[in-house]
Write a protein that binds this ligand. Structure first.
Ligand code: UD1
Length: 342
C-alpha cells in the first residue's frame, strides 16, 4: 500500500534522483518537480529502471510564483515536500550573487507558501555543512553556532534555514527538518545515476574522476600546508546513497508525530575525517588508475578541517552512514566511465 505522495523538487539532480529511488523502494509515491536547468530528463527513465516505478514529473521553474503555484495546486494531495531545487556552484555564486539568492530563496519561499496554502504538512530542506563556516572545535555538532558563509551559495543555505525556522515558529502545524550534508560523493551501484558534470567541476571527486578519465589534464591540490597529517584539508565524505536513505528516515520522523520541536536540524556525515591525499591514494588503489596532480596554493575560502558528529541522526533518526570510502570512490569511477556513452 502507498505511504502517500511526496514532492521532490530538483528530483532529477544528483542527490534528488538517489533520494527518489529510495523513497519509491520505501513505497512512497514520488512526484518530481524540476526545471532541468542543471539536470536531464532521461534520469526519470533511470529511476524507473532502478526502482521499477516512474515518478510523475512536472517541468517547472519554482522561482516563478505562478508556475510554482500551478504545480503545487496540481499535487496538493501530497503530504510532504523535499526541497533539493537550488543552484550549487560556489564560484559562480560569488560572481552572480543576485542569481543565486533569487533562485535559491524564491524557490524556497514559493514552496513554503504553497505548503501553507495547500496544507502540505512536512518539509525537508537540503542544507549544507557550509553553514558552520570555519568551526572552532571538531567534530561538529548541531548545537554549534551557524556563521555567515563565505559564498552567496553557502549563505543562501543559511538564510533558507532561518526562513524555515521562522516559518515553523509562526505556523506550528507545519514540521520541517533541515539536513546538513557534509561532502556527498559516490553514485548508485547500478551505474545508472550519479552526478552529471556541468562544465568544469568545482568539487574534488568529479575533478579526480575526470582527470583519471583524461577529460581534464591535471588535478590541483589546493595547499599542503594545513595542520593535518599530510598537510591537505580534512572533509567528511559521505556516500550519496547513504544520504538518500537519511531522507527516508527524516521523512518517517516527520510523519511519526514524535518530533519534540516542529523545526529540527541534522548533520549527515560519517563522522570520519579524510584528507585530499587520502582521496587520491584511495582512488589510485581502488581503480588502479593514476592521478596526475600538482600541489598549488590554498583556495580562497577553504577551511582546514570539517567533520560531523553524526550522533544526533543516529539517535533520533536511526540513520548511520554504512558505505565505505572505497565504495564511494568505486561507484563514482564506475559512473564516470559509463555516463559519457549515454
Ligand atoms: C564545497 C563548498 C561548499 C559546498 C560543498 C558541496 C567551497 C569553499 N565550499 O565544499 O560550500 O557545500 O562544496 O558542494 O567551495 N580540492 C582540491 N582540488 C580541487 C577541488 C577540491 O584540492 O580541484 C580540495 C579542497 O581544497 C577541499 C577538498 O578538496 O579541501 C574538498 O573540496 P570540495 O569538493 O570543493 O568541497 P568543500 O570545499 O568541502
Amino acid at each position: 500500500m502507498s505511504r502517500g505522495k511526496v514532492i521532490i523538487t530538483g528530483g532529477c539532480g544528483y542527490i534528488g534522483s538517489h533520494t527518489s529511488v529510495e523513497l519509491i523502494k520505501n513505497k512512497f509515491d514520488v512526484v518530481i518537480f524540476d526545471d532541468l536547468s542543471n539536470s536531464k530528463e532521461f534520469i526519470m527513465d533511470r529511476i524507473y529502471q532502478i526502482a521499477g516505478v516512474k515518478p510523475a514529473f512536472e517541468k517547472v521553474d519554482l522561482s516563478n510564483p505562478i508556475e510554482a503555484d500551478r504545480a503545487y495546486y496540481k499535487h496538493s494531495d501530497a503530504h510532504s515536500i523535499i526541497n533539493f531545487a537550488a543552484f550549487k556552484a560556489v564560484g559562480e555564486s560569488v560572481e552572480k550573487p543576485i542569481l543565486y539568492y533569487k533562485n535559491n530563496l524564491y524557490t524556497l519561499i514559493n514552496s513554503i507558501e504553497a505548503q501553507k496554502k495547500y496544507g502540505i504538512k512536512n518539509f525537508i530542506f537540503s542544507s549544507s555543512a557550509t553553514v558552520y563556516g570555519n568551526p572552532n572545535r571538531l567534530p561538529i555538532t548541531e548545537s554549534f553556532q551557524t556563521k555567515r558563509a563565505f559564498s552567496p551559495y553557502g549563505n543562501s543555505k543559511k538564510i533558507a534555514e532561518e526562513i524555515l525556522e521562522d516559518f515553523s515558529k509562526a505556523y506550528p502545524e507545519f514540521k520541517t527538518i533541515s539536513l546538513r550534508y557534509f561532502n556527498p560523493i559516490g553514485a548508485h551501484e547500478s551505474g545508472l545515476i550519479g552526478e552529471l558534470p556541468n562544465g568544469i567541476p568545482n568539487n574534488l571527486l568529479p575533478y579526480v574522476t575526470q582527470c583519471a578519465a583524461g577529460v581534464l589534464k591535471e588535478l590541483q591540490v589546493f595547499g599542503n600546508d594545513y595542520n593535518t597529517k599530510d598537510g591537505t584539508p580534512i572533509r567528511d565524505y559521505v556516500h550519496v546513497v547513504d544520504l538518500a536513505k537519511a531522507h527516508v528516515k527524516a521523512l518517517e520522523r516527520l510523519l511519526s508525530g514524535n518530533m519534540k520541536e516542529n523545526y529540527d536540524v541534522y548533520n549527515l556525515g560519517t563522522g570520519k575525517g579524510v584528507t585530499v591525499m587520502d582521496i587520491i591514494n584511495t582512488f589510485e588503489k581502488v581503480t588502479k588508475e593514476k592521478i596526475n596532480y600538482r600541489i598549488t596554493k590554498r583556495r580562497a575560502g577553504d577551511v582546514q578541517a570539517l567533520f560531523a558528529s553524526a550522533e544526533k541522526a543516529k539517535n533520533n533518526l536511526g540513520w548511520e552512514a554504512t558505505l565505505s570510502l572505497e565504495n564511494m570512490i568505486e561507484t563514482s569511477w564506475n559512473w564516470e566511465k559509463t555516463f559519457r556513452d549515454m
